[in-house]
Design a protein around this ligand. Structure first.
Ligand code: NAP
Length: 311
């Protein structure tokens, strides 16, 4: 069956917005449910995207938003365990179960967002619940594909931008888990991988790890952000013990930046064994990040201008 209408759960988020843009550019009709239409503002401007307010945890609402779709992309996930529908269990496992049930009824194609290192015996609840959802999807009997990115970067990410903000505010940055290794992947490449999976029936029944071209330690990434933003502060790598203590202390803040669960996730290197799939050549961080990171201060103009000039 040809796919023409895609429902993107979590389409209002960081990765979802880029994915919806690519889907509409390729002629798909898209439905995006959201809890809050205000947050999905930028999507409303896209020509073939229908943004609807819905509670996707309610099977009646879910059936309604999936009704016009021949395919579902499920991007819903949380980085910090919340309460009720915001818990790891509700957002990752129970919701995946409901999406699968509805998809079975309607025979739709499913592309499911997981995370690199999702593992039932993984070190964090984030990775364990992501693995539980993967198993539900794999055992569902549906035409399904699973994608597992390392940390994703892009203009509105919460990764490099977080460090950019901290480096601006602090004279010295005490960094937890400085030796944790990542292979950051560009949001446009992740979005392209979803569109490719949707198109290519060969991806059915398979799962793919998604990484960028380069492996960095967290400390290297933070130092890079410092150089590009013009705030090259000393980065003080904390010991393992202090990293856990820092995460535990930060967990008490009203705004969640890092939790102990995040610290445990970083116990496994977020790196890929193979190359990026689908013939896509992943974008190097250094080729695009200066576009949005180097924006304040007089010196910041240079990398940005160089970037524009393609040098
Ligand atoms: N960003 C990364 O580095 C990264 C790396 C690996 C995997 N992932 C996975 O990729 C997915 C998307 O990540 P993202 O960075 O784009 O996240 P995001 O910006 O936080 O977007 C998540 C979207 O899901 C919806 N959502 C969140 N919690 C929900 C809940 N409890 N119930 C219903 N809807 C909820 C939100 O929609 P509304 O607020 O509009 O309702 C939001 O637009 C997640 O599953 C994440 O685990 C991300």
């Amino acid at each position: 069956v040809e796919i023409t209408h895609v429902c993107v759960l979590g389409g209002s988020g960081f990765i979802g917005r880029h994915l919806c843009q690519q889907l509409t550019a390729q002629g798909y009709s898209v439905t995006v449910p959201t809890r809050n239409r205000e947050r999905a503002k930028s999507l409303i401007l896209l020509p073939t995207v229908d943004v609807v307010t819905a509670n996707v945890h309610d099977p009646v609402d879910l059936a309604e938003v999936l009704r016009p779709a021949d395919a579902v992309i499920n991007l819903i996930g949380v980085l910090h365990d919340g309460s009720g529908p915001g818990s790891f269990r509700a957002a990752h496992v129970e919701l995946a179960r409901k999406v699968i049930a509805e998809c079975r009824r309607r025979h739709c194609r499913l592309v499911h967002m997981s995370a690199l290192n999702a593992d039932p015996r993984g070190p964090s609840e984030y990775l364990r619940t992501k693995a539980e959802a993967e198993k539900l999807v794999a055992d569902s009997g549906l035409d399904a594909t699973i994608l597992r990115p390392s940390v994703v970067f892009g203009r509105e990410d919460r990764f490099l931008n977080l460090f950019a903000r901290l480096l601006r505010m602090l004279p010295v940055l005490p960094l937890g888990s400085p030796g944790a290794r990542f292979q950051p992947v560009y949001v446009e490449d992740v979005a392209a991988a979803f569109v490719f999976s949707l198109r290519d029936p060969q991806t059915i029944g398979r799962s793919y790890d998604l990484c960028g071209p380069t492996v960095y330690t967290l400390q290297e990434l933070v130092e890079y952000v410092g150089r590009i933003t013009g705030h090259p502060r000393p980065v003080l790598g904390l010991s393992d013990r202090l990293s856990l203590l820092q995460a535990a202390a930060m967990e008490l803040l009203p705004i969640k930046v890092i939790t102990r669960d995040n610290y445990y996730s970083m116990k496994v290197d977020s790196v890929c064994k193979g190359a990026f799939p689908f013939g896509i050549k992943p974008t190097p961080l250094e080729a695009v990040a200066p576009r949005w990171l180097a924006r304040s201060g007089p010196r910041a103009r240079y990398p940005r201008l160089r970037d524009h000039a393609g040098r």
